[in-house]
Design a protein around this ligand. Structure first.
Ligand SMILES: [Zn+2]
Ligand SMILES: [Zn+2]
Length: 215
């Protein structure tokens, strides 16, 4: 499967589903690529790793006559539950499913091998169905994900940012030879004259200062 297929369908496809599709097609390389790419997307996200207190909203689509619902989790310390754990895990905070049994699949224990608390949800449900909220700000918004928050007021966000945006390279952070002053997220808001990376500006991904994932 190529990337276009994966991203233009109307239904979200998680890294695990992509891997299963490749497996059914006896495409071992495609299977491994889908899983590797899923992990890379998680590890290189500007907000990664998740932190204690982050809210994670999973939007489950309708299927088999069952209506869709949302599940809201919080990233918590596993030691709250059992002192032997020093990792983080997801705790189910609320859901809109018909019964409690239909929600909470991704709640603790910690990921095997110390992975990010959202790793299983990211790989199985997929980034498209997840929203991640840090300090009231949406730092990840999947295309098929609800946040449970009021719609973004872009004018207010821009004003709160004093109209400053941070530019990140497509891999997060700044470009290799960049000599500009760096924001806490590793991005650049003011370019220094003579920076050899200036002509790269159009390649940057921008966010408002008030929505900086590293605030
Ligand atoms: Zn620069
Ligand atoms: Zn920033």
């Amino acid at each position: 499967m190529d990337e276009t297929q994966a991203t233009t369908g109307t239904e979200p496809t998680s890294p695990l589903e992509q891997a299963h599709q490749a497996k059914r097609a006896r495409d071992l390389t495609g299977e491994l690529t889908a899983l590797t790419r899923g992990h890379e997307q998680l590890e290189t996200a500007s907000w990664a790793p998740t932190r204690i207190g982050d809210r994670v909203v999973l939007t489950v689509g309708a299927s088999g006559g069952r209506p869709g619902h949302t599940e809201t989790y919080e990233v918590v310390s596993s030691s709250d539950r059992d002192p032997i754990w020093e990792e983080t895990e997801l705790r189910l905070v609320s859901h809109t499913a018909a019964t409690d049994a239909d929600a909470g699949w991704y709640a603790g224990p910690p990921e095997f091998g110390g992975g990010d608390a959202i790793e299983t949800a990211w790989m199985e449900a997929g980034p498209d169905r997840l929203a991640i909220i840090r300090g009231g700000v949406v730092v990840h918004q999947g295309r098929h994900a609800e946040t449970g928050l009021p719609p973004r007021d872009v004018d207010a966000i821009a004003a709160a940012s004093k109209y400053v945006k941070h530019g990140l390279s497509p891999m997060g952070g700044s470009f290799l030879a960049c000599i500009c002053p760096k924001e806490p997220c590793g991005g650049v808001s003011q370019e220094r004259k003579g920076c050899p990376e200036h002509d790269r500006e159009p390649c940057q991904r921008w966010h408002w200062a008030a929505e900086c994932p590293a605030r």
